[in-house]
Design a protein around this ligand. Structure first.
Ligand SMILES: [Zn+2]
Length: 334
């Protein structure tokens, strides 16, 4: 990741109260990256702050058509410069760390990485609404808004992509479980038409359309809404809807909530990975001890040449593990 060297800040001592200042510097870094090469540098920036006050910062970086997230890139660069992450480091990032699986991400989730490194202090500019929560978020509204604006440039497409895939996985199950011969049109919208901002879904019988809001929500919440509205569709087909059906506490509404719960349980059983990931929110996730490669902060992802290059740029155990990965991939016995 040589190209990112320009992103290294001159070490300046930082204390907790100055993390907001650091966030503004990180926002600046994002802008600089965009001016330099928007294909290479992304819309999130993060910094490692060590107990000595040394700071290494980076934006997210494009690596072989994937994105190395800012947290990972900053940690990699810190390690290259100063060695292993010492105890008592903080991560300051414009967007809260990711926890869910992502197909265009280089390496594992940032949440896992941060946990594995034993970093407890994470300070964020903005909470990614689709990822695990529970990190400290700045109370400075201006900084938060700025960080959100950067994140929204890609979060929108991310949400749409992940939601679309989740819907494709979910709909056949819902159709089968509810015994529906056909499905209504599903419209993923930013706001339900003719409804207040707090309405996340609506079934409109005369249009044969289910509206569901995905933006800014966890995919599981979107699915639950969709399941609920599909039950209303079923009730409509069975001529069981009337003017009071949408009222809280009506038999139809209670049935929709109950069946949505059943559907979600079945969906979770069939998608155990997703269930585990979603426990990330509550930090209940059972975690096995990471293997030697992961513990060393290395990864066997990538081709032999890139792994050799990484080995050369790394040192100690991490370099050893990259060599090991490269040897393994090139077919050499260890
Ligand atoms: Zn991440």
């Amino acid at each position: 990741m040589k190209k990112a060297d320009f992103l290294n800040e001159t070490p300046v001592p930082y204390v907790d109260t100055e993390f907001d200042t650091l966030l503004t510097i990180l926002c600046d870094l994002i802008v600089k990256g965009q001016e330099l090469d928007p294909d290479q540098y992304g819309m999130v920036a993060a910094a490692v702050v060590d107990p000595k006050g040394r700071v290494v910062a980076s934006t997210s970086i494009s690596v072989n058509d994937n994105w190395c997230h800012a947290e990972r890139s900053a940690i990699d660069q810190y390690t290259n410069k100063y060695g292993p992450i010492p105890k008592g480091c903080s991560i300051v990032t414009t967007l809260s760390p990711c926890s869910e699986s992502m197909k265009d991400r280089y390496g594992g989730s940032c949440e896992d990485m941060i946990e594995d490194l034993g970093i407890e202090d994470v300070y964020c500019g903005y909470q990614d609404p689709t990822q695990a929560s529970g990190y400290s978020i700045t109370e400075n509204q201006k900084i938060q808004k700025l960080c959100k604006e950067f994140a929204d440039t890609f979060l929108k497409t991310h949400i749409n992509e992940s939601v679309r895939q989740t819907l494709v996985d979910f709909l056949p199950l819902a159709q089968k479980e509810l015994g529906l011969k056909r499905l209504p049109t599903i419209r993923v919208v930013n706001q339900v038409p003719d409804a207040g901002g707090t309405t996340f879904g609506r079934y409109v019988p005369e249009e044969d359309v289910v509206y569901v809001v995905a933006r800014g929500r966890h995919p599981k919440d979107t699915l639950r809404t969709l399941a609920h509205e599909l039950v209303h569709h079923k009730q409509d087909i069975e001529d069981r809807l009337d003017i009071t059906s949408g009222d809280t506490g009506s038999p139809e509404e209670n049935e929709a909530n109950a069946l949505a719960g059943v559907l979600m349980r079945k969906y979770n059983e069939l998608n155990p990975m997703e269930v585990n990931e979603n426990f990330a929110d509550g930090k209940v996730k059972g975690k096995s001890r990471p293997g030697r490669v992961k513990r060393a902060g290395a990864s066997c992802k990538g081709n032999v040449t890139s792994l050799r290059k990484k080995a050369k740029n790394a040192s100690g155990e991490r370099a050893k593990m990259y060599h090991w990965c490269a040897n393994m991939k090139s077919g050499k016995k260890k």
